[in-house]
Design a protein around this ligand. Structure first.
Ligand SMILES: O=C(O)C1=C[C@@H](OP(=O)(O)O)[C@@H](O)[C@H](O)C1
Ligand SMILES: C=C(OP(=O)(O)O)C(=O)O
Length: 439
């Protein structure tokens, strides 16, 4: 978290005037869309990405790949249904510039791709991107044969001097500050001359389901991956060199972006249906079924999608969120409205996300009269009667949606810069008012 920003745009978060009852169609997953784009760009033949998320993070990814020479065209999928991107791989060229914005997936997943380009690729982004950890990727790529000029900072801005190919091989990294370091190396590894063996040597590893998502998606495009969860050595992933297939991939709804809508049902004692909730998924948001059930709701996976129902009673929770860190802001918001205290653990690395999320949540919930304290690796939240006020977002999409959740139950909450939700959910304000209108 940097200094409290001054922003003219204050969005009055709507107060719920009863139990919500709505069906909310949630756009595609950011994490799946950006992995899908990278894998399709590295494939040996064209592929399709259907129902991709179109938000700041994914448009930055598409724009960067186009700058490297990849064709990404608008179209309908091969079966004629649904919006789609057709991805046409090409020889990756250098002398390009990549704007990462504040997208972790772009700033981590693309430097290995740039190492395969045939010239320099300059990476730059929002001021916050300079502060987010990147050394794991930079050091690993150097060890695998890449030349990177970062002026010794270990962070953005930097230039990757693509050599047209990369040796690859064995590398040790400390991914305790971001699972995306591991995902980044694995995603491009089929194109490294020797593939890769990544060994994580740090004390902790956050967001493991996101690494599982990387492995699953690599396998879908034909890559051979050895990994801990299917009998491999703990903390070691191996990807063999191979050509990748061009696939027709349908992107699942973003389950982490379903969170505020599920929270609305939980808090108001209402019901929200999320169509197309996958039966099996590596998305961490799937764990909301369990977490929000423990906090007082109930859910059922039906043909219509996930039906989530609340009673209006919300319980506190003691939970380790290390696997699902990106759900923390929404869970903290619900916990602030609960009937008992909560402890959220295992998420120290959130201090280096879009903003310092632990500091930001503490400051903003306490600014509304709450009692949140930071612990070494999370938050302790004692519910208090909250009052209205400005909820600052620090350019963090999940801070904005967390404020909206609180605003359902607390009159007079105004969200500063709700437009920051465009990072992953550009239509959030309209979707939110639509849900409250019962659409
Ligand atoms: O690989 C991914 O798509 C993501 C991994 C996680 O990052 P960290 O491991 O840095 O928490 C998650 O928080 C982020 O929203 C998306
Ligand atoms: C941490 C997040 O994003 P990023 O991909 O930028 O790391 C997030 O979406 O909560």
């Amino acid at each position: 978290m940097t200094e409290t920003p001054v922003h003219p745009a204050l969005w009055p978060a709507p107060l719920a005037d009863g139990a919500v009852d709505a069906t909310v169609t949630v756009p595609g997953s950011k994490s799946v869309t950006n992995r899908g784009l990278v894998l399709a760009a590295l494939a040996a033949e064209p592929g399709w990405l259907r129902r991709p998320l179109r938000s700041r993070d994914t448009l930055l990814m598409a724009g960067a790949l186009r700058a490297l020479g990849v064709g990404i065209e608008e179209g309908v999928g091969p079966d004629g249904s649904g919006e789609a991107w057709r991805v046409i791989p090409a020889a990756l060229h250098g002398h390009a510039t990549v704007d990462v914005g504040n997208a972790g997936t772009v700033m981590r997943f693309l430097p290995p791709v740039a190492a395969l380009a045939d010239g320099p690729v300059r990476f730059d982004g929002d001021p916050r991107s300079y502060e987010r950890p990147l050394t794991g990727v930079i050091d690993a790529l150097r060890a695998l044969g890449a030349r990177i000029d970062d002026d010794g900072r270990g962070s953005l801005p930097m230039t990757v001097h693509g050599g047209g190919a990369l040796d690859g091989g064995r590398v040790e990294i400390d991914a305790s500050s971001s699972s995306q370091f591991v995902s980044a190396l694995l995603l491009s590894a089929p194109r490294f001359n020797q593939g890769v063996e990544v060994r994580h040597v740090g004390a902790t590893l956050p967001s493991v389901p996101h690494i599982r998502m990387t492995v699953d998606m690599l396998r879908v495009v034909g890559a051979q991956v050895d990994e801990p969860e299917t009998g491999g050595e703990p903390n070691v992933w191996r990807v063999s060199p191979s050509a990748l297939l061009g696939r027709d991939l349908v992107v699942e709804p973003d389950l982490s972006n379903a969170q505020p809508f599920l929270a609305a049902a939980l808090i108001t004692g209402g019901r929200v249906v999320i169509p197309d909730w996958p039966e099996r998924t590596t998305q961490p948001g799937d764990q909301l079924r369990q977490i929000f059930t423990e906090m007082g709701g109930s859910c059922e996976l039906t043909e219509r999608g996930l039906v989530f129902t609340g009673t209006g009673r919300v319980h506190g929770i003691d939970v380790d969120l290390s696997e699902v860190g990106e759900l923390t802001p929404g869970i903290a918001a619900v916990a602030a409205l609960a009937d008992s205290p909560s402890t959220l653990r295992g998420v120290a690395h959130l201090r280096l996300h879009e903003t310092d999320r632990l500091a930001a949540l503490t400051k903003e919930i306490n600014g509304l009269g709450g009692e949140v304290t930071e612990t070494e690796d999370g938050l302790h939240i004692r519910p208090r009667t909250l009052h209205g006020g400005i909820f600052h977002t620090y350019d963090d999409h999940r801070m904005a949606t967390a404020g909206a959740i609180i605003g359902l139950a607390v009159e007079g909450v105004r969200i500063e810069n709700v437009a920051t939700t465009a990072k992953t959910l550009p239509d959030f304000p309209r979707m939110w008012t639509g849900m409250l209108a019962g659409n």
